[in-house]
Ligand binder design. Structure first.
Ligand SMILES: Nc1nc2c(c(=O)[nH]1)N[C@H]1C(S)=C(S)[C@@H](COP(=O)(O)O)O[C@H]1N2
Ligand SMILES: [Mo]
Length: 410
């Protein structure tokens, strides 16, 4: 309390300083270390001597320390610390089933075989010679929801999603080289990590928007995100975008790998039937600010967040500031790209009484992000993947933002 008062007084005092007073102070300080008080601390006057020169590679300001939160198998993007829609490559979430392999780009090979006309091996240089395409889209792990604890920041609620400008070659371009047999209906994508991650993908995706990518935000892929080459399936569950891609095999059936049978399928109802090959990620949104662990003051706040859909473009994001009683369309930040994170904003006047804020995404197919209750009704209690419920933040009189809501039972 007292600390807050002090800093307010200091900043008010600074505002009242005129330019002449500031210059006068600086002149008076010549010969001794020039300082300007900031929040009661003595800071170095950066105008008194040159700063460091250009460098080979830059680092963030020491005052800026966004961090992923690595566990043994994944690390999450600090959504609450990011402002735009592109995730810096070193903060892209990671999900590894067998660790990050170190792959020598000079020895890298991609084999395309099976039901093709010409079995072909592509080197990295071969892949780079084909016409290149860049596309901004999100990736999201199908297991991207953590709930339960009110002291959960956006990063922990759903930080297994990130967005990148990916560059590479369309898979359909490579298939013009190899040809595909008329009876080919699926392809297997296989990684060369210790997990030998492999997934079966319907051939339609190969001719639609599947990419073989070798760059991330203009630079080579990060090792953790698939260096030197990964498959990218826009809008599909992250698991199918196989990293460290070494082999694509065309067939007339799915291969029934581990990741599409025991994992990434959703037991429905009482668990006796399963939803399998549910690739497309449904529309979702999250308010990333204000959110836990922020403490806010009464007054105006811009509610900010991200919305996305694997089905296409986001057409609307609704925000509620009264626990879902009334909804207001938020502003969407252009450009609103298909299968991409879009930023939304909504001005909110917080009166200081307990409140609950939440967002709901709607996409161009008319799909509306469901409540947790609806998801449970449709999927039953056993489902673990593909959960995209509306989530909320509550705030009490003390201004502390907390995750979750009794009303939404999440
Ligand atoms: N070869 C391989 N590819 C993989 C994985 C893996 O462990 N090995 N993990 C998958 C999973 S579960 C997800 S969610 C995404 C994560 O991509 P990212 O680590 O680049 O964010 O990669 C997928 N591709
Ligand atoms: Mo995943």
């Amino acid at each position: 309390m007292t600390k807050k008062k002090q800093s307010l007084t200091t900043s008010q005092a600074r505002k009242r300083l005129t330019r002449r007073e500031l210059l006068g102070r600086a002149v008076g300080a010549v010969g001794v270390a020039a300082v300007v008080p900031v929040n009661g601390q003595q800071a170095i006057d950066t105008t008194r001597r040159p700063g460091r020169g250009p460098s080979e590679i830059d680092q963030r300001s020491p005052f800026v320390t966004p961090r992923r939160d690595p566990s043994a198998t994944s690390s999450r993007t600090p959504l609450q610390d990011l402002r735009g829609t592109i995730t810096p490559a070193d903060l892209h979430f990671e999900r590894h089933h067998g660790g990050v392999p170190e792959i020598d780009p000079d020895r890298y090979e991609l084999l395309i075989h099976g039901l093709v006309d010409r079995q072909t091996v592509f080197s990295l240089a071969d892949l780079k010679r084909f016409p290149s395409t860049s596309r901004i889209c999100f990736l999201e792990c199908a297991g991207n929801l953590r709930r339960g604890n009110p002291e959960t920041p956006p990063q922990m609620v759903c930080g297994l999603t990130s967005q990148t400008e990916w560059t590479g070659v369309m898979l359909s371009t490579l298939l013009r080289e190899t040809g595909t047999k008329p009876n080919a209906t699926w392809f297997l994508a296989e990684g060369q990590d210790a997990a030998v991650m492999s997934r079966s993908i319907p051939i339609e995706k190969a001719f639609d928007d599947a990419m073989i990518v070798y760059a991330q935000n203009g630079d080579a892929l990060m090792p953790g995100n698939g260096y030197p080459v990964r498959l990218l399936l826009p809008g599909f569950e992250g698991n199918s975008s196989v990293k460290w891609l070494r082999r694509i095999e065309f067939a007339d059936r799915p291969f029934m790998t581990r990741e599409e049978t025991s994992k990434y399928t959703d037991p429905l109802g009482d668990g006796s039937i399963s939803r399998q090959f549910s690739f497309v990620m449904d529309a979702r949104s999250i308010i990333t600010d204000p959110a836990y662990p922020r403490v806010i003051e009464p007054g105006w706040h811009e509610i900010r967040g991200l919305a996305w859909s694997g089905r296409g473009r986001i057409t609307q994001v609704d925000v509620s500031t009264d626990g879902g009683m009334s909804w207001h369309p938020a502003d969407l930040q252009a450009p609103v790209l298909s299968k991409a994170h879009v930023r939304f904003r909504h001005l909110w006047h917080w009166t200081g009484s307990p409140a609950e804020i939440m967002s709901r995404a709607i996409d161009e197919t008319g799909y509306v992000q469901p409540t947790w209750e609806t998801l449970r009704l449709v999927r039953g209690p056993w489902t673990r993947y593909h959960q995209n419920p509306i989530t909320s933040w509550t705030v009490g009189e003390n201004g502390r933002m907390l995750f979750g809501s009794e009303r939404l039972q999440i």
